[in-house]
Design a protein around this ligand. Sequence first.
Ligand code: MG
Length: 374
Amino acid sequence: MQKTFSRATCLTRDIFRFQPTTITRRIHLEASRLARSKPPPLAFVFDIDGVLLQGPNVLPAAKRTLSLLDGDNPLGMKIPYILLTNGGGLSERDRCEKLTKQLGVQISSSQYIQAHTILRNLSQKYSDQPVLVLGGKLDAVRQVAEGYGFKKAYTTTDVLAWNSSVWPYRKASLAELEIAKSIDFSQTRVSAVFVFHDPQDWALDVQILCDVIQSNGFIGGPYVSPEQQIKEPIELVFCNPDLLWRSNFERPRLGQGAFKEAFQAVYKALTGSTYPYVQYGKPTAATYKFAATVLTDHVKEIYGSGELPHVYMVGDNPESDIAGANAADWSSILVRTGVFDPQQGPPSHKPTYLANDVEAAVKWAIDRELAKGL
Ligand SMILES: [Mg+2]
C-alpha cells in the first residue's frame, strides 16, 4: 500500500537528500512550522485551587488531564492551556517551578497568570517612582515587584523600620529589620499603593494606607482635605477581590477582598467617603482580557498562529471562575472538587457544563468540539 505524506513531510524528505546541512536545517524548521501551523479548535484556562490541587495535594485527575492535553487525546495534538489563579505572593518563575514538580509536567511562566501578574502592565508608568507594595511574607512581594520593573518598591515594614511610632503596637522583627530599606518616608512621596497579595498585618497596613492617602503620599505629612484626596487620588490597586478563600481549616478564611472592606470601612469612618480604587483578579473583565492575550501568545508559541481558538474555562468557584468566563464569552465548566457545594443549591453563576472533575471537564469539551466538526 502506498504511503501518503503531508506537504511538510515531503518537503523535508526531498530537501534532506540534496542540500547542505544549514539549508536542510532551515527547511526542516520551515516544514516543522507548516506541520504545526493549525492550532486545535479549543484551548483551556484552568483555575488551580480546587481544580488541579486541593490544598497541598495534587488531584489524581489533574495529572491525567495534563497528559491528555499534551497530545494523548482524540485530536492527537497538543491542546494549549494556561493557568489563571487569584493566588500570588511569589514570582511566576518560582511558582511554576513548584507546580512543575507537583504536577509532573513542565509549566512555563508564559502559561501562568496569578493575581498580580497583570501589574507588569503598570511597571513602566511607575518604574522610577516610589510605590508601596502590600501583602505576603517579609519582602517577597517587593522582589516580585522589582522583577516586574518597579525599581522603588517599599513595604509597610520598611515604614515601621523607619519610624516605630507609626504603629506602636508592633515592633519590626530582626528578620524584617535586616531586609528593610532605609528610607525617610516623610521626605519620599509614595505615588501609588499596590496590594499584591493578602496582607499579613491588617492593622499596620490599614494605618499606613490611610497615612499615605491622607497626607498626599508623605507619611506623617500635613493632611489634605478629603475632597482633594478623592479629586487627585494616589492610585490604589487591589489584585484579588475574593472575600473568602479555602485553606486546610474547616471554615473559609478571610481573603484580600475582606482586607479591602476593612480599609474602606475605616476610611469612610474617617472621611465620610469611599476611596477610589482599581480592582484586578478574577472575575474582573481586565484580568480575563489579559488572560486572553496571554493564551493567544501561548497558542502562537506552540503553533505559530496568533488566532485564539474557542476558550474553555475550568473552575471550582461560580463567583469568580464561572462569572468571569461567562462575561468573557468563553465556555465555562464548573467542577465539583472545590468550593462549589451542590448541596447548597444551584451555582450563583450558571456554567456551560457541570463536571465531576477536571478530567471529565476536558473530555467533555474535546468531544463537544469534535461533534461540531462532524
Ligand atoms: Mg479555585
